[in-house]
Structures are given as C-alpha cells and as structure tokens.
Write a protein that binds this ligand. Structure first.
Ligand code: ATP
Ligand code: MG
Ligand code: MG
Ligand code: MG
Length: 563
C-alpha cells in the first residue's frame, strides 16, 4: 500500500478526551474514530490488526477442536425470558422493539442462542462433546464506557461454548481452552497472566480471567512469585467467614451435603425450603458478596447489578450515595464505603430469619437451622476487607505481590446452569435423559488490540508485536523529489510484496521528519530508509522500531533481512 493513497489520518495533537495510552495512540495514529460514546469506527489499519488477532484466535480454537459458526446479534426477548435473564440483566442490556412492538435485545453474550441451538439439534451422547464458537459484535450499555476500545458499548468478542456429557468432560474442555488462551495471548505478543477469579454470588464454580499486566488496568490482581498462585482481589479475599464454624463445632448448626447445588433456588429446591430462606450473601467475604448484600431483598442476586455496583465502588470510593444508587440499596444499608473498608449494616430482615440455610465453609455443603441473630453478628459482616500485597500467599505463605491487569479473556465452567433452564438434554448410553454440561470462554478482540498497545509503546507511538502489526515494514524514500531514490524505494517495495511481506511505501511529498514521526507513531516493526546512500552506494538503513537498532545494509539484502 502507498501511504499517499491510504486513509491514515494521523494527529499531532493529543486528543483531550483520551485518558489511557492505547486510546490516545489509536486516535493519534489513525486507527479509530469515535462514532458515539463507546462506539467506534475502525479505520483500515485497525481492521488489519483485528483480522490478525482474529486469525490467531481461529487457529488456536480450531486446534482444540472448536468449530466456527455465526449467531445473530439481534435476539428475541422470548429466549431471554426463558433463561430468566431478560428480567435480571438490568440496564446493560440494549433492548429494542420491532415494528410489531415485539421485544428484542442486542446480544451482550450468546449463552441463550447457542444452548437452544444445541438443545434442538443434539439428542444423543454420541453427538457430544462439542465446542462451538463465533466472533461477532457484542453490545453492552456499560455504565461508564471509557478508555477507548477498553470498555466500549459495541465491541468484538470471540465466544466459545463447550458441551460435554459430564463434569470430567468439562474438565477436559476447560483445560483445552486454558491452553488455547495461553497460546493466543502469547502469539499476540502479550504478557498475560491467568488468575483465579471469583465467579460471583451466582456461580461458585471454576473460572479464570486472563489478565494483561498494565498500569492502566481496571482490575487489581494478587500473585505469588514463589508459587503459581494468582487471583483477582475479590477471589483472594474470598476466605470464608470464620464466624459460623464455632457454631458448627458446638453442634448448634448442622452441615448437610448439597452436591452441585449452586444458586439460591437450586439449594432451596434441593433442601425443600423457600428460596428466601437461603442466605448467600452474608457468608462469603468477597467485595462482590458485600455488594450483593447491598442489593439484598432479592436473595437471588443479579450478577449484572452486582458488577455495576462493584464498578461503582471502584470508581467512587467512599461515595455512599453512588453505591446506593447503583445497587438500589435502601438508606441505612451502606456504611462508609472504601476498597479496604467496606461496612454494611446487617439487614434486619435477614437477622430476624430463624431456621435459614447458609453456605458452609466447605464446597458442596450447606448449613441448616441457621439463625442469623444467634450464629453471626453484624460485626462479622463489617470486618470485610480486601487482601493486600505483602500478606501471605494462601498456597505457599510467601508474600503476595499486587499488580494491575486488563481482563482480555475469561473462561468459565457453567455446569448445567443454562442447560437446566433451557432444557438442553441428551440421552446417555443407557437411554437416560441428562443435562448437557457446559462451559463458556470469551476473548475481547478489540480490547486485546488496546491491551497490546498498553504493553507495547513508547513516547513516540505504538510498537506493534510483529504477529499483529498492521504491516511488517515501511519503506521511506528520504526525498520524494529525487527520482532515483523514488525508483529504488518503489523497487524495494515491490520486491517486499512479492516476497509475501506486508509493506507500505511512504511516497508522500512530505519532509523526511514527518514521515519518520508517522512511522514511529503507527508502529511498524521495521523501517527502511532509502536516501542518497542508496543511490550512490547501494546502501539502505534498516531500523527496528522496538530496540531502535539501526543497520546499514546493501539494498539487495533488505528483503531477506525483513523476512
Ligand atoms: P469487565 O469485567 O471488564 O466488565 P466482563 O467480565 O464483563 O468484563 P466477559 O463477560 O467475561 O466480560 O466477556 C469476555 C471478554 O469480553 C472480557 O474478558 C473482555 O475482554 C471483553 N469485554 C467485556 N466487556 C467489554 C467492553 N465493554 N468493551 C470491550 N471488551 C469487553
Ligand atoms: Mg462487564
Ligand atoms: Mg470481568
Ligand atoms: Mg469476565
């Protein structure tokens, strides 16, 4: 491509609205333009990078047995009513009506459609396992779209869903995806760390977030250098409350096995009690669960409401009003709010409950005959805090380190959550009907592009990792007025293309300084300058964008050196 013919609108000024490096550089280097808040147009260079990231993702998904398909973005409300998420998704869900006043939404994720598709097509254990994925736009009306592509309202995601016969099968699918994700981010040139994440009040099953370590990251993670422990702070803080254990030891409370029962409704149905008797929120000590306590009233905590609330806490520390608004918690529920010091006043309704059910400090176990007023006190709820750097690693005892991270992907064991509500079953080898065991696995494609810049830039611009660079090399003739230089540059450019390399020729009649500045800003991994030395001695100058290393080499060697 010739720069004179490209839509490559670089900017000298730093756009005022851009707070983080990737947003600034994507605007300045002519990759994106804002269309509306959180909604962007991807200019040609950005599209090239996105296609490369998607290609890497496709290769790694296919390698693990993934099959690519394509699902609709506009989805009927019926599907979401069936899964129960129409009611609970909250304001993040873009809703719309067709001309017949029928309700639809713009998909923020695709569990509903994929589960129903598999429900309708799969009958027998012989058709499983399956791994199905697609790459499409996702829509989330984020409370605070910001940081450019980092938190958009329209963004590109790859989401894969696994369908297995049983938990053992899910374990295998999950491990495959863990490996695929590790490979994807490595190939994209990113330093990424999988961390154990808290699956929130609803889940309770295994999940990992893939974090690109960067100062601008919105998530705080804790990790251990002595062993492989790494978790997001919410997970790290999820040490079970100790308060109930003495009551168990004293024989006041009875432990009862509840294998695989996760949500309040599941537990209630299993134990044959009313869902409102199941207290989930008081017994875990994660920030998420504290926030869940704020929205108590619905004991079945709405995950999205909760995540919004979490965001509110991160953004507006100590702003009670904001948290109350975000969570809908009534006055009196929220004390002084801060990351390290969250206090809530215990819900009198919960405290008055007799004979409630609460999660035990053990997996697959609940406590029955819980009497909140007797068995735990508001103080217990009040001593919630986040784990901090310097505290002992829960695995090996060494000191924990803290870092900031950008969540570029997440893998999640769903179990039978969706197959149960949507009735996705199969007949096993004995002809018995069973629920399909599912997992879901997402990568933010556009966020990955932004994260790559957060990790790879300097004061002059972007430094693309070679595998996802929009072009491999830019050829710059020093003087566009010098015919001999232009001819040599043109010839080199042609040869590079013929050799299968992606080259750009900066043939604009600009001063060399302008072209060099643009080349650095755009972030081509290699720059070849064709000047008077090329004409007189047949030598060109090749410069590595990352190291700044510059070599003079014979023009005839240039193509081989780029390869
Ligand atoms: P976050 O915690 O940042 O809000 P999420 O946990 O809600 O993200 P998931 O539902 O796990 O996101 O979606 C999978 C991936 O999609 C995320 O890991 C992230 O890379 C990407 N993603 C999610 N929300 C956005 C967004 N608003 N803009 C861009 N990418 C996003
Ligand atoms: Mg989110
Ligand atoms: Mg998240
Ligand atoms: Mg996530």
């Amino acid at each position: 491509m010739r720069v004179s013919q490209m839509l490559l609108p670089t900017l000298r000024e730093v756009p005022a609205e851009a707070e983080v490096v990737s947003h600034r550089l994507l605007l300045r280097a002519g990759f994106i333009r804002k269309t509306a808040s959180g909604i962007y147009t991807y200019l040609p260079l950005a599209q090239r990078v996105l296609k490369k990231i998607m290609q890497i993702i496709r290769e790694e998904m296919d390698k693990q047995g993934g099959q690519e398909m394509l699902m609709p973005i506009i989805q009927p409300a019926e599907l979401w009513l069936e899964s129960g998420r129409w009611q609970v998704y909250g304001p993040e869900l873009f809703r719309l009506k067709d001309r017949h006043e029928r309700d639809f939404c713009l998909a923020p994720t695709h569990e509903e459609v994929i589960t129903v598709t598999v429900r309708n097509e799969v009958r027998s254990y012989k058709q499983l396992p399956l791994m199905l994925y697609h790459i499409t736009n996702k829509y989330r009306d984020e409370r605070r779209p910001r940081f450019g592509l980092m938190r958009g309202r329209e963004f590109i995601m790859k989401d894969l869903y696994s369908f297995d016969l049983d938990e053992a099968g899910l374990d295998i699918s999950y491990r495959k995806m863990h490996e695929a994700y590790t490979n994807v981010f490595k190939r994209c040139g990113l330093t990424c760390r999988p961390v154990e994440a808290d699956s929130g009040a609803i889940g309770g099953s295994t999940t990992h977030e893939f974090m690109v370590l960067a100062e601008s990251g919105e998530a705080a993670i804790l990790y251990c250098n002595a062993c492989d422990y790494a978790a997001n702070v919410e997970k790290a803080a999820a040490t079970p409350a100790a308060g109930l254990d003495p009551a168990v030891q004293a024989g006041q409370l009875q432990e009862i096995s509840t294998p695989g029962q996760k949500s309040a409704e599941e537990v209630a149905a299993f134990l044959r009690v009313e869902p409102c008797q199941v207290i989930k929120t008081m017994i875990y000590k994660t920030e998420r669960d504290v926030v869940a306590a704020l929205v108590r009233g619905d004991h079945d905590v709405n995950e999205v409401k909760l995540l919004n609330a979490l965001q509110a806490i991160n953004l507006e520390l100590a702003d009670e009003q904001a948290v109350r608004q975000a969570t809908g918690a009534p006055t009196g529920y929220v004390g002084p709010v801060g990351l390290a010091n969250i206090r809530i006043v215990a819900d009198p309704e919960v405290m008055a409950l007799a004979n409630a059910v609460a999660g035990a400090n053990k997996t697959d176990t609940h406590l029955i005959n819980v009497n909140p007023g007797r068995d735990f006190t508001p103080d217990l709820v009040a001593d919630i805090r986040m784990v901090k750097a310097g505290e002992p690693c829960p695995k090996c005892g060494a000191q924990l380190q803290e870092a900031r991270g950008i969540e570029v992907g997440q893998i999640f064991k769903l179990g039978t959550k969706y197959s149960k509500v949507l009735g996705a079953t199969f007949l096993d080898e004995h002809g018995k009907e069973r629920h399909i065991v599912m997992g879901c696995y997402g990568i933010g494609v556009t966020r990955t592009m932004a994260a790559a810049i957060e990790q790879n830039h300097d004061q002059d611009g972007i430094i693309w990792p070679a595998a996802i660079a929009p072009y491999h090399v830019v050829v710059i003739p020093v003087s566009a007025k010098d015919d001999a230089q232009m001819q040599l540059a043109e010839k080199l450019y042609q040869e590079l293309n013929r050799a299968g390399l992606e080259a750009v020729l900066d043939d604009r009649p600009e001063r060399p300084g302008v072209k060099f500045k643009d080349a650095d800003l755009v972030g081509y991994p290699l720059r070849i300058v064709v000047g008077s030395k090329a004409v007189q001695e047949g030598l060109v100058e090749m410069r590595q964008r990352r190291s700044g290393q510059t070599d003079l080499l014979p023009l005839s060697d240039a193509v081989d050196r780029v390869k």
